[in-house]
Ligand binder design. Structure first.
Ligand code: ATP
Ligand code: LTN
Length: 342
């Protein structure tokens, strides 16, 4: 009997690219939800190294970053006895399913993807890879292989999740009911944490132009505080939630505060800051961020100091994930009419 049938739980799958060091944006938008929901669902969390090579990368660093991201999943609170943690490239079925899904995905659908346009615009036109264009199909394969019902991600992944649903529906329509149609799980607050240096841009781990752009989960307390104290705000004084682009910096800090403080209402938060200045807001946000990072960093160090621990988790994860992925892939191959190997 499969684990799902035994547990009767729906499945969750999500992933992060090992394309840099994890930021508080990754934590607030994605990982925190994973941790909170891990016992309610049968959870699969992968480190998507195949996605990380869709833009120029440093091969000397990729394996190390892959281990760092996996260790941070555990350090942030993912329970490796409960959830399955694995590396995408360890499971060949991801690439194999992506190929088959490519053949049911109209190019027009991919042409609409805004993340591709943004990422492609940052590179020399001639060097933009086919892999970057095809990134969302690989992501669909990641999700559909595990028949995931729910996908906890940040707001920037909304469009990719819609595409995944469209691909699954099209496949089911063409070849018969095969895939679960997954739903995105996106938080209302801090689902899009903005850059501290430029609150009009999403905070992102691969952004390296300014050293004050992002707080990384492994930043020292001094550095993290310094970055927050320097966060770009406006020339106003009021500390209020707002959609005004001019006030995006303060709004960003307030959203981080809202999530980390656990205060029940926005009115209460605004009342808490009544009559206080931006410096005060920043300093309270910094306190909360440091309180959040301390236990994560402590657990991370413990994992680093235990030789073989992480590798054993990833080996076990590949075993469990591989079994489920293989089963879905066989079914898909049968449905599209491939001759089974004897
Ligand atoms: P890259 O800079 O390499 O594109 P990234 O920092 O945007 O990376 P991803 O690996 O693409 O991170 O995303 C991992 C998860 O973190 C996704 O669920 C994504 O939606 C979420 N996420 C990324 N950035 C933010 C952010 N600024 N705010 C909230 N969630 C985020
Ligand atoms: N594209 C995602 C990373 C990702 C992912 C996934 C997220 C790749 N495969 C499957 C959820 C489920 C991003 O965050 N940029």
């Amino acid at each position: 009997m499969t684990k799902e049938k035994m547990s009767g739980k729906q499945r969750v799958l999500s992933g992060v690219q090992p394309s840099g060091s994890l930021t508080i944006g990754n934590y607030l938008g994605a990982l925190r939800q994973w941790v909170e929901e891990q016992y309610r669902y049968e959870s699969y969390f992968c480190v998507v190294d195949m996605h990380a090579i869709t833009v120029p990368h440093d091969p000397a660093q990729l394996a190390e970053k892959t281990r760092e991201v996996a260790a941070l999943y555990i350090a942030c609170g993912i329970d490796p006895d409960e959830a399955t943690i694995f590396v995408q490239s360890h499971i060949p079925a991801h690439a194999e399913l992506a190929w088959i899904l490519n053949c049911v995905t109209p190019v027009g659908w991919l042409n609409r993807m805004t993340q591709f346009k943004e990422k492609a615009a940052r590179q020399q036109q001639e060097s933009v890879s086919t892999g970057l264009f095809d990134y969302p199909v690989l992501m669909a394969a990641d999700i559909l292989l595990y028949q995931a019902h729910r996908v906890p991600v940040g707001d920037d992944q909304r469009q990719h999740l819609e595409l995944t649903r469209d691909i699954a529906q099209r496949f089911n329509h063409l070849y018969g009911q095969t895939f679960v149609i997954p739903e995105a799980m996106i938080r209302g607050t801090a689902a899009r944490v903005m850059g501290l240096d430029d609150p009009t841009k999403k905070m992102s781990k691969s952004e390296t132009d300014s050293q004050y752009h992002a707080v990384y989960l492994l930043d020292s307390p001094d550095l993290a505080r310094k970055k927050i104290m320097r966060a770009k705000t406006d020339s106003g004084k009021d500390i209020r939630f707002s959609d005004d682009p001019e006030r995006a910096g303060v709004n960003n800090l307030l959203q981080i505060f809202e999530v980390l403080s656990g205060m029940e209402s926005r009115e209460a938060i605004e009342a808490h800051f009544e009559g206080k200045g931006y410096g005060h807001l920043k300093s309270e946000v910094a306190d909360l961020v440091l309180e959040t990072l301390a236990p994560i960093q402590e657990r991370y160090r413990k994992i680093q100091n235990e030789p073989g621990y992480l590798d054993s988790i990833l080996a076990r994860g590949a075993e469990r994930a591989g079994a489920i992925a293989e089963k879905t892939l066989r079914e898909v191959q049968k449905r599209v009419g491939f001759l089974p190997r004897q």
